[in-house]
Design a protein around this ligand. Structure first.
Ligand SMILES: Nc1nc2c(ncn2[C@@H]2O[C@H](COP(=O)(O)OP(=O)(O)O)[C@@H](O)[C@H]2O)c(=O)[nH]1
Ligand SMILES: Nc1ncnc2c1ncn2[C@@H]1O[C@H](COP(=O)(O)OP(=O)(O)O)[C@@H](O)[C@H]1O
Length: 205
């Protein structure tokens, strides 16, 4: 049977806003059929992170080689490290008719938008800049310098919000997660309505 292609969903927003937290909550939902695109990065693993689960960790040399071989749907240099989305898994998943979620920063999301304008682009926004800084600090994974870099990047990233299809405020994790699920459901319904309409048009000819 020929499947309709799945939906490509991009969850983006500034570092520390809670992308990882909301993403994990989305996948904790038992009956989700959503797939996750595991990114590749050159940053060092944090305590508890597992290669092939959280990220594929690699060296800068290997990453650059993969860029040259067009192995990424998008990639970006972010606060001194490279991050990229391996293209093969994304293509395979969409072809199988399954939805795939990419959790990536803003520069990468804008590259995907160029390559995949039919994707669904969701910007996760913090309740305020103060709360954003608070979240980065309480996570406790960054030094003071890195926190400053991430806050500077965040201010520029917030300016890109307009380029997205949806803005979801991450006030409470559960509410943000419900809003993202509602967007996905509504996009499926929209697609179904359009496809039914075309079928009726063709049958009427
Ligand atoms: N462009 C791009 N960004 C990514 C990718 N994977 C992760 N990121 C983003 O890179 C940024 C830094 O990620 P990370 O070092 O894990 O820190 P954290 O997300 O702030 O905890 C975050 O905004 C991630 O969403 C990717 O494949 N491509
Ligand atoms: N809705 C929320 N309310 C309060 N704290 C949150 C919320 N969402 C995430 N956090 C916390 O904020 C910090 C950054 O979240 P994380 O998911 O690592 O962000 P990102 O992946 O966007 O960098 C973590 O300590 C996380 O527990």
């Amino acid at each position: 049977m020929k499947h309709e292609r799945g939906l490509l969903i991009v969850l983006s927003g500034p570092s520390g806003v809670g992308k990882g937290t909301v993403r994990k909550a989305l996948f904790e939902c038992k009956d989700t059929t959503l797939q996750y695109s595991i990114s590749m990065t050159t940053r060092s693993p944090r305590e508890g992170e597992v290669n092939g689960v959280d990220y594929f960790f690699t060296t800068k040399e290997d990453f650059k080689q993969r860029i040259a071989e067009n192995k990424f749907l998008e990639w970006a240099e972010y606060v001194g490290n490279y991050y990229g989305t391996p293209i093969e898994y994304v293509e395979k998943t969409l072809q199988e008719g399954k939805d795939i979620l990419l959790e990536i920063e803003v520069q990468g999301a804008l590259q995907v938008k160029k390559a995949f304008p039919e994707g669904i682009f969701i910007f996760l926004a913090p309740p305020s800049l103060k709360e954003l800084q608070n979240r980065i600090e309480t996570r406790g994974t960054e030094t003071e310098d890195l926190i400053r870099n991430r806050m500077n990047a965040a201010k520029e990233e917030l300016d890109m919000m307009d380029a997205y299809d949806y803005v979801v405020e991450n006030d409470k994790v559960d509410s943000a997660c419900d809003r993202v699920n509602a967007i996905i459901t509504s996009e499926h319904l929209k697609r179904e309505r359009v496809s039914n309409y075309y079928k009726r048009m063709l049958e009427a000819e």
